[in-house]
Write a protein that binds this ligand. Structure first.
Ligand SMILES: Cc1ncc(COP(=O)(O)O)c(C=O)c1O
Length: 475
């Protein structure tokens, strides 16, 4: 078939449209002239040249041109060719569509700059990811692709990956589940979307930790659900407070391994109280276990899901922290009784997790690289955490205090007097350092102040010390 895509910047013609071809040519020129893309006096191609370029009969172009001449948009000037009428009122050029401004924090206190800045949260040590190994596995997967692999992947994920995740969770997080209970998603937000679609309804009230991960609040608001902030103390979510404030919430979203962002673990009595509440109220618990593997002083705690005898807990894990966030793969473990419901929702919202990436990850897990990588990262982060804390303490002395924490991927630094966390974080960003102000993670009155500082990409105490001196100069 003739390709009617012209090289002159005009949109291509639509061969079988209800609009005849001459009309389409006419509309394209008239649009270009009135929008200012073609200016008064601009020369336009001869009918013969344009007909050849567009792959249509010369007569088609001539009919379009004669209409444009009749309406006064163009003039033919014999040997000098055809031009846009010179004394046409100049039209305002089409308004340029400005890209949305890069803001340090969006309305939910979450922003990801294009480059990784010192202290930026949520990014693992990308320099330490075994890229060559990943590339080798990727090449192998690509070479072995068969025709059926090019079809749609299952909407709930490749069975091999779901099996590998179920096996990993059994050993590492104490969770007993069947591969059929594991749903592969493209990130925590996607997992939350599935939960909200499958189990909740607009208007539902949902407990969220305060301070807590801002995107969770934003997702609930987007789904017209009401986030009910419940404070945390040294034992994690204050379940009694949640019950006192909103006993009939339909769900609670919690980070039991390391509370996000303060990093304490949810104590066993609180875990039991939360499960009891959920069972009594027939409410759901979303366990966001985004970095449960990273505990440095002792073995990682079993997941809350491992205590879930009544099938009330949905366990959300992500590969963003343990591998790399660009992979966009995560998983959701749902209670056995809910599998059919999630299968249905997944089929409806399918198509988010590319099969090839899933198959590379399956090989990475099945061949033992995943476990080894986590072990190596745990040692590296323990070192980087100590180095960052020591470097900052040496530079900032008594101007800043660092909370003792058992795990996680960032430090919580408290300023002694002086500037509030939001102006200080804004000044740091101007200087190319990205701290999250703790107060932005809260919606309660009188929020705690502090800086959330990731250490995963700070490679030495010297570097941390140097950054600490730069922060001191801004305080
Ligand atoms: C509290 C919390 N939950 C979940 C995630 C994982 O999100 P995703 O899977 O979209 O990368 C993060 C990442 O920063 C997080 O901090």
């Amino acid at each position: 078939m003739t390709d009617r895509r012209p090289k002159n910047g005009l949109p291509p013609l639509v061969p079988n449209s209800a609009d005849p071809l001459y009309r389409q040519v006419y509309e394209r020129f008239r649009g270009a002239i009135t929008q200012g893309t073609l200016a008064p006096g601009d020369r336009i191609p001869s009918a013969r040249a344009l007909a050849k370029e567009m792959g249509v009969a010369r007569g088609t172009i001539e009919v379009a041109y004669s209409l444009l001449v009749a309406e006064g948009y163009i003039q033919t000037r014999g040997q000098a060719g055809t031009i846009v009428t010179p004394d046409l009122q100049p039209q305002a050029p089409p308004a340029a569509v400005a890209p949305p401004p890069e803001t340090p924090d969006d309305e939910h206190g979450w922003h990801r700059p294009a480059v990784i800045l010192p202290f930026q949260m949520g990014v693992p040590a990308l320099d330490e990811f075994p890229r060559k190994l990943w590339a080798r596995l990727g090449a192998r997967q690509l070479r072995s692709v068969q025709a059926p692999d090019l079809s749609y992947p299952p909407s709930n994920g490749l069975m091999g990956l779901r099996t590998a995740v179920a096996a990993y969770l059994q050993v590492a997080r104490g969770i007993h589940c069947q591969p059929s209970q594991v749903f592969i998603t493209s990130g925590y937000n996607h997992s939350m979307l599935l939960v909200m679609q499958a189990l909740l309804a607009p208007g539902d009230r949902v407990w969220v930790e305060d301070p807590g991960y801002p995107p969770t609040r934003a997702l609930l608001a987007q789904a017209r659900m009401q986030a009910m902030p419940v404070p945390v103390d040294q034992d994690g979510l204050m379940v009694g407070e949640g019950i006192a404030r909103c006993i009939d919430a339909k769900a609670a979203v919690v980070t039991p391994a390391h509370q996000s962002p303060l990093s304490m673990s949810l104590s066993l009595p609180r875990r039991q109280a939360l499960l009891e509440w959920a069972e009594r109220q027939q409410a759901w618990i979303v366990e966001d276990d985004y970095d449960g593997e990273y505990r440095y002083a002792s073995r990682p705690l079993p997941a809350l899901k491992s205590l879930d005898a009544q099938g009330r807990v949905l366990y959300a894990g992500s590969f963003s922290k343990v591998l790399f966030p660009g992979m966009r793969l995560a998983y959701l473990v749902v209670p056995a009784a809910q599998v059919a419901r999630f299968d249905r929702i997944c089929r409806l919202l399918s198509g988010t997790a590319p099969g090839l990436t899933q198959s590379i990850l399956t090989a990475f897990m099945a061949e033992g690289h995943f476990g080894r990588h986590i072990q190596r990262m745990r040692r590296l982060y323990s070192d980087r955490r100590n180095a960052t804390a020591a470097g900052l303490a040496a530079a900032l002395g008594d101007r800043m205090r660092i909370d003792p924490q058992p795990g996680g991927m960032h430090l919580v630094a408290r300023m002694e007097g002086g500037l509030g966390d939001q102006p200080l974080a804004a000044r740091m960003l101007e200087q190319g350092m990205y701290a999250h102000p703790l107060s932005r993670w809260s919606s309660l009155p009188d929020p705690q102040q502090g800086l959330l500082l990731s250490f995963t990409n700070i490679a030495s105490e010297t570097h941390a010390h140097e950054l600490g001196l730069r922060i001191k100069a801004l305080m």
